[in-house]
Design a protein around this ligand. Structure first.
Ligand code: NAG
Ligand code: NAG
Length: 294
């Protein structure tokens, strides 16, 4: 096992932050009976229940997750997420936010500190329950194929037999836009974040795991309508409705994304999206004409 000191040294460069060793608490969800190892981390609590033997003879490939996040701006507001590998980049990210009485989730992947794209691996999330109230939203979910990941030639894992997981969290009080569709929602930057070692203890594993996992029957997909359809192959002009009335525009080049174009032009992401109704950011097609000023 890697010593905790080695872990700290290895993890420090990830976010340039010190690595806190958060306290592990045991949390039991009354409705489902699922028992979690849980870590209160800043503005959220993340928890995990694991199959038997996950701490000893077999690295788990799945877990039952608990994510409870604060909504300081009131009922149904904000978003939060966890990184199953600690840092934001090249680790599987699970994002959750309240929307229309549900809690929607999305697997995401980042290669730099900008809005993450949709994760294309075979991770699967099904919900056992979710709840939203004036101060919090919470989701309990089964996450299959979630403890090893790969995308774009990068791969990683969260090996449970090591006895701890390096985890990251992020939280924002503002709600996503385009929230109805978890594969197309947009958010600004998180307002708080952290990285910590989640110590696993015997309460994380339970012979009832299989029975608990069977309760995860809900696929909560939101409402995506046409926004999830793949954008048509780009033509050099007039992808943006109304770009004709635009005082200043920009043709998207390789490697550019909406947030970058916005900040390069002194705009917030929301302002850019406001100038370009219907703009598809994810993926942003090369050659798209984006309006910067009307
Ligand atoms: C779990 O994965 C880690 C990292 O790949 C490996 O070192 C360890 O031997 C694995 N544990 C088991 C029980 O296979
Ligand atoms: C709101 O939800 C949170 C998290 O589930 C819970 O701790 C809190 O007690 C709830 N508040 C009320 C008023 O029920």
């Amino acid at each position: 096992m890697v010593s905790f000191k080695t872990l700290i040294v290895a993890a420090l460069p990830l976010l340039g932050l010190g690595l806190a060793q958060d306290e592990t608490v045991t949390y039991t969800d009354k409705a489902s009976g699922v028992v979690f190892n849980a870590w209160p981390a800043g503005d959220l609590t993340f928890g995990m229940a694991l199959p038997p033997n996950s701490l000893t003879t077999a690295n788990a490939t799945e877990f039952i997750g608990l994510l409870t996040c604060t909504s300081p701006k009131g009922l149904g507001t904000g978003w939060c997420g966890v990184s199953l590998g600690g840092g934001m980049n090249e680790n599987l990210l699970v994002v959750a936010y309240p929307s229309a009485g549900q809690v929607l989730t999305s697997f995401r992947w980042a290669t730099d500190y900008t809005f993450p794209t949709v994760y294309t691996g075979n991770a699967k999330l099904t919900q056992i329950s979710s709840a939203t109230n004036a101060t919090h939203y919470s989701v309990i979910f089964r996450c299959q194929n979630c403890l090893a990941w790969s995308q774009g030639g990068s791969q990683g894992a969260a090996p449970t037999s090591e006895g701890y997981l390096v985890l990251g969290w992020a939280h924002a009080t503002a709600s996503p836009s385009n929230a109805a569709c978890p594969s197309a929602f947009r958010v600004g930057q998180h307002e708080s974040q952290g990285i910590f070692a989640g110590q696993l203890n015997a309460a994380a594993v339970n012979p009832s795991y299989t029975a608990w996992a069977a309760k995860a029957t809900a696929t909560v997909a939101g409402s995506c309508g046409v926004t999830t359809s793949v954008a048509p192959a780009p033509k050099p002009t007039s992808q943006v409705p109304g770009v004709a009335g635009c005082a200043k525009s920009w043709t998207v080049r390789a490697g550019e994304y909406c947030y970058l174009i916005a900040t390069n032009n002194g705009l917030s992401l929301d302002q850019l999206l406001g100038l370009n109704p219907g703009l598809v950011c994810n993926p942003l097609q090369i050659g798209t004409l984006v309006c910067l000023q009307r």
